[in-house]
Write a protein that binds this ligand. Structure first.
Ligand code: G3H
Ligand code: 13P
Ligand code: ZN
Length: 340
């Protein structure tokens, strides 16, 4: 099966009323863990690579890892997505490399830190949509800014998404999916207490969904930061301070109101760190890296399988035949704004 496009996978998720996990990967163990999880629960899956991931692994390694994944799991619709493209040229490079979906994050300037103005965001996103759709590739845009700067991405200022501006943005850009800012942030330190309705603006998702029922929403910063993982890391010598993530129940509420792509990076990182610390501590005389990386890969798999199930994607891998990029390009040519 060819790599799937985000547009097709999210269109199908909307029909089925579920969400699809988008998991960040930087190396072979993460890719294998994520894809094996999708196979075990029979779910479509989105693997996303940030610019940091591409520079860590190397572009060719990342591309070939995903090709290997698609060959190993031909029964699974797998999307290869660029996470937080900082400028159109980065998105164009990813498309050349074989990504079937790109995020143009025009909510920030190309430094990845300074909030942009609206006209800039519309212009860069529209340019990417035009070029991507001609090749059948899907595009995610972002409106509003997340909080948090700990992973080096973001301004630290939160600007929640304005629903009326979202309507104008989708109309002017033709994005397939819209990342909305509702009070989440990247990384492990999102909230100092379990977030209430005042902290997480879930009502914005409902409002945007009413105004844009055919637009797929994306929740960034959606790791749940399980206490159990934080405790295990600290028990094994880690020093994480008390923190709270996004409760899965809030994500499930979002899915009922049009959230279709849920970005999870930190939970995979925590699970891998817990597994590595425990295994290293438990076997001080061991020096075969496979002894450490196998449990780490298994930990990534468990997180991905659990989230795919919680988001309702389990059991949906075989619902449809994946369309190729030329087939998607034809769909976009028939219906230029969006493709449904
Ligand atoms: O956007 C944030 C993702 O968690 C990716 O993080 O840039 O450190 O790979 P990264
Ligand atoms: P987390 O840090 O909550 O996993 O968010 C990841 C993300 O949004 C990647 O774009
Ligand atoms: Zn993000």
């Amino acid at each position: 099966m060819p790599l799937a496009t985000l547009r097709q996978v999210l269109d199908e998720a909307a029909k089925g009323g579920y969400g699809v996990g988008a998991f960040n990967a930087n190396n072979m163990e993460q890719v294998q863990g994520i894809v094996t999880a999708a196979q075990e629960v029979s779910a479509p899956v989105i693997i996303q690579a940030s610019r940091g991931a591409l520079s860590y692994a190397g572009k060719n390694y990342m591309r070939h890892l995903i090709t290997a994944a698609a060959e190993t799991a031909p029964e699974i619709p797998i999307v290869l997505h660029l996470d937080h493209g900082d400028k159109p040229e980065t998105c164009f490079d990813a498309i050349e490399l074989g990504f079937t979906s790109v995020m143009m994050d025009g909510s920030l300037l190309a430094d990845g830190k300074t909030p942009s103005d609206y006209a800039y965001n519309v212009e860069v996103t529209r340019r990417v949509v035009e070029a991507a759709h001609a090749k059948g590739v899907s595009v995610e845009g972002e409106l509003g800014t997340l909080g948090g700067i700990e992973d080096g991405h973001g301004s630290g200022e939160v600007h929640l998404t304005d629903p009326d501006q979202a309507v104008d943005f989708v109309d002017k850009t033709g994005v397939d999916a819209l990342a909305v800012a509702i009070g989440t942030s990247h990384g492990a330190y999102k909230f100092t207490a379990k977030p209430t309705g005042d902290v997480l603006a879930m009502h914005l998702i409902e409002e945007i969904h009413q105004k844009l029922p055919d637009t797929h929403m994306v929740m960034h910063g959606s790791s749940s930061v399980p206490q159990e993982l934080v405790d295990r890391i600290n028990a094994a010598g880690g020093e994480l301070v008390s923190t709270f993530g996004v409760p899965v129940s809030e994500i499930q509420l979002g899915i009922r109101h049009g959230v279709r792509k849920i970005n999870v990076d930190t939970d995979g990182r925590l699970a891998i760190t817990a597994a590595l610390r425990e295994t290293l501590n438990a076997s001080p005389s061991e020096f075969d890296p496979r002894a450490f990386f196998k449990p780490a890969r298994e930990a990534q798999k468990q997180v991905a399988a659990e989230r795919l199930t919680q988001f309702g994607a389990a059991g949906h891998a075989g619902d449809y035949a994946v369309l190729s990029l030329p087939e998607m390009a034809e769909r976009y040519a028939r219906s230029p704004v969006g493709a449904s």
